[in-house]
Design a protein around this ligand. Structure first.
Ligand code: FAD
Length: 445
């Protein structure tokens, strides 16, 4: 008998429940990845993530080959391709990780129906892409937590499942055709400083982080110049690192103490956003809490948006952040907060415009984490202080006091008070505009 594993955001062989279950069920397994033309159509498959994905698939194929197998890659509409491969291989079951986006859930439903009508079975696995599956922790009166602190209290008490080792042997049946693996060098328009993808790189980074980085995290995670965060976000997004394994190993890391605690808390933020999106898929585009904002539009707003995108707002920290994004396809969390607040509150431009730009470039660009963090910063989301506005000059003094970060990305800039373009707007004027424009909050969607 043959079974199949459809890989999605879980591009690894370690700690992979669907692969483990498929190998337990049958003696031959088809590990499949579909380059889904449906995703291309959404505009989500941008160069930085396509390049990182190519690395991930190459590395996954190599890992499977070392175990006697290989990765089958197909290109086309995902449901049709899965059905076609299942028919070619004579697979009775298809194993897949549960997704949270509207797209992933529709895919799951369509797959289930299509496979069942051909007498096959879809098996969906939880706790692969998050530590705690969405829907497991809920408050008394709702299907999801809308506030982080109580969520985190429950999350901390939840015992993650056991970590699974990588299988030793993966036998893939003959005669299942595969397209060529995509190659990073064939992707045009990739950020110059983009990190390498793949499980090998991810596991290496995880090990180095647990050994050398995590212990100092509590004191340095907001220090822009120190650049001392894990940089595991893209690996978590593509699933080349397992969040469950990461949490378990962080908690067990020798002498990491407060650093491990602070780091694990950030991983809980990731689960938090995923459970919000799973319960409210529309929050990817609609305000989570409608504040009836009348965001600025028109030629002046367009010019401000362009200045923001290109890193010439005249506020060095914002401009440095936007240049890091373009150069690396990644941005420090503190810089993301300042740059996003600047667009949504100081320029008072619709958060969707900024979120789209981030998604166009971020290698870790994730529907749940990007859209909901943007909503959090814009004050339309789950933030409990929706009308707080970050001052980009005060933020620079606090988190980049000696200007290391600004100089790294804006060489030649004299720091907070010299050189560079003129500010696109004065902060006092912007604050007035924001306070006058924003009406009172309305209940959640
Ligand atoms: P670390 O500080 O080492 O944290 C470890 C991990 O915890 C991260 O890899 C990430 O998986 C998780 N994490 C940390 N902070 C958050 C958070 N606020 N929300 C959710 N997860 C978190 N993160 C993404 O993974 N994808 C995105 O598209 C994304 N967009 C963002 C947009 C905005 C406007 C903001 C303010 C934040 C966004 N984040 C996003 C969250 C955060 O900025 C990144 O996860 C973090 O900077 C990645 O760097 P790191 O891996 O070194 O993080």
């Amino acid at each position: 008998a043959v079974s199949m594993v459809l890989f999605t955001s879980d591009l690894r062989v370690h700690d992979h429940p669907p692969l483990r279950a498929a190998l337990r069920a049958t003696d031959a397994v088809v590990p499949l990845f579909v380059l889904d033309t449906g995703i291309d159509a959404t505009g989500f498959a941008v160069p930085n993530r396509r390049a990182f994905l190519a690395d991930c698939l190459t590395d996954l194929d190599a890992a499977l080959r070392r175990r006697g197998g290989r990765l089958v890659v197909r290109q086309g509409e995902v449901v049709a391709e899965v059905c076609r491969v299942a028919a070619e291989a004579g697979a009775g079951e298809v194993h897949v990780s549960a997704g949270v986006t509207a797209y992933a859930r529709r895919r799951e439903e369509r797959l289930r129906r299509a496979l069942e009508s051909a007498g096959r079975r879809l098996v969906v696995h939880d706790a692969v892409t998050t530590v705690v599956p969405p829907g497991v922790l809920t408050p008394a009166a709702s299907d999801h937590f809308a506030v982080f602190t109580p969520y985190f209290r429950h999350w901390s008490q939840h015992r993650p499942r056991d970590v699974l080792g990588a299988p030793r042997v993966v036998r893939v049946p003959d005669g299942v055709g595969s397209a060529d693996l995509p190659a990073r060098r064939d992707v045009a328009g990739v950020s110059e400083g983009l990190a390498a993808g793949g499980e090998t790189a991810g596991r290496r980074r995880m090990a180095a982080w647990l050994r050398d980085g995590i212990a100092r995290y509590a004191g340095t995670h907001d220090d822009l110049g120190a650049d001392a965060t894990s940089r595991l976000s893209a690996h978590l997004h593509f699933g080349t690192v397992s969040p469950t394994e990461l949490v378990r190993r962080a908690r067990a890391a020798d002498g990491a103490g407060a650093g491990a605690e602070a780091f694990v808390r950030q991983l809980a933020w990731r689960d938090f956003h995923h459970q919000v999106l799973a319960a409210r898929p529309h929050a990817a585009t609609a305000d989570y809490r409608t504040r009836h904002d009348r965001w600025r539009t028109g030629p002046r707003a367009e010019a401000d948006i362009e200045a923001w995108r290109e890193g010439r707002t005249g506020y060095p920290l914002v401009d440095a952040a936007m240049r890091q994004l373009r150069h690396e396809g990644w941005m420090h969390n503190r810089a993301r907060m300042v740059a996003a607040s600047f667009l949504a509150k100081t320029l008072y431009v619709d958060w969707r415009t900024g979120a789209r730009h981030f998604l166009d470039l971020l290698v870790d660009g994730d529907v749940a984490d990007n859209q909901l963090n943007w909503q959090w910063v814009a004050g339309t989301g789950t933030d409990t202080r929706p009308n707080r506005v970050l001052n980009p000059l005060a933020q620079a003094r606090r988190y980049d006091p000696d200007g290391t970060y600004v100089r790294r990305w804006l060489p030649g800039s004299a720091g907070a008070d010299g050189g560079g373009p003129r500010p696109v707007v004065g902060l006092a004027e912007a604050l007035d505009r924001f306070r006058q424009a924003r009406g009172p909050a309305r209940p959640a969607v």
